[in-house]
Design a protein around this ligand. Structure first.
Ligand code: GLU
Length: 301
């Protein structure tokens, strides 16, 4: 029997929620409700230089003001270092994780010499230099050996694939500054929280193949994935703090919810209360997901 639905919203507390991030929060909540499941919130506060003091608590307050309250106490990733350390040990023991002594300029020099220059979005496909050892340099980061092609099914976008060898390369699990990388933390915590369904913004879709590869390396289940449409700013880019997203105005939570709902294709009349609006949205969301591409019952698990 498939495990009972468990979903989550996993904001990074780099600022308050804005119109774009509420879309992912609302979609993950609605999807959990439609499936009679459990909805969790995880504050992803491991990238400490980017975190804003108090933002995690403030986000929980914003969610509560919108009527989105988690079914279990929120998890905070800064308390989870031991679990990430154990996962790293497991990957090392399996020969999947290795120390890397390369600086960015070392990597750029190797890529340039191979005629591969700078990659799209400034992402460097690691050339594998330290797979065979540190070459006398001190260790900096820890990397995961990643190769092959991953195919997966997105509940909204349909069949997806990525060639990890050509387009991603060996990813960082622990950064040179000693901080845990997002990919390791998210995979370890999704597994530890028994997440069956990840519902998040489409800007994160590109991480899915590497997360699935990491799940396989750790021997944990792969959740189903649904990536939601992005809210675009006036400049046509994803709405973010950098291009003018303002924190949600919570004097009007129903208006904020209605706007997030429209991004998801929910066009609902105003309701007397936020709770009534949410109840109508659950029914409407069931209709929206019924129109998604047909998927095998077991998803990608
Ligand atoms: N913490 C990530 C972010 O805010 C999202 C992680 C996820 O949903 O997988 O961009």
């Amino acid at each position: 029997m498939a495990p009972a639905y468990r979903g989550r919203f996993a904001p990074s507390p780099t600022g308050l929620l804005h119109a774009g991030s509420l879309v992912a929060a609302l979609a993950s909540w609605l999807d959990a409700r439609v499936h009679g499941g459990c909805w969790l919130v995880r504050i992803e506060d491991i990238d400490t230089p980017r975190c804003v003091a108090g933002a995690g608590e403030a986000i929980l307050g914003q969610l509560a003001a919108c009527g989105l309250t988690p079914d279990e106490p929120p998890w905070w990733q800064h308390t989870r270092g031991d679990a990430y350390g154990r996962a790293l040990q497991q990957l090392r023991a399996a020969g999947r994780a290795y120390d890397c002594g390369c600086t960015r300029s070392d990597i750029d020099a190797v890529l340039a010499a191979a005629g591969r220059g700078h990659q799209r979005f400034g992402e460097r496909v690691y050339p594998g230099t330290c797979r065979s050892g540190l070459h006398g340099r001190p260790p900096r980061a820890v990397r995961l050996r990643l190769e092959g092609r991953v195919e997966w099914l997105d509940r909204r976008l349909g069949a997806q694939h990525q060639d990890l060898t050509a387009d991603v390369g060996d990813i960082v699990l622990k950064r040179a500054d000693g901080l845990w990388a997002y990919q390791l933390a998210v995979v370890v915590d999704d597994a530890a929280q028994g997440i069956t369904d990840v519902v998040r913004g489409e800007d994160l879709a590109d991480n899915t193949a590497r997360q699935i590869a990491l799940q396989r390396a750790l021997g944990v289940p792969t959740p189903r994935y649904l990536h939601t449409p992005l809210v675009l700013a006036a400049d046509g880019h994803k709405l973010s703090k950098q291009n003018g997203a303002v924190p949600l105005d919570l004097r009007e939570p129903q208006e904020a919810l209605a706007q997030a709902g429209r991004a998801l294709g929910l066009h609902l009349p105003p309701a007397a209360t936020g709770a009534e609006w949410l109840a109508a949205a659950v029914t409407a969301w069931a209709g929206i997901i019924a129109g998604f591409p047909p998927a095998p019952l077991e998803g990608t698990r």
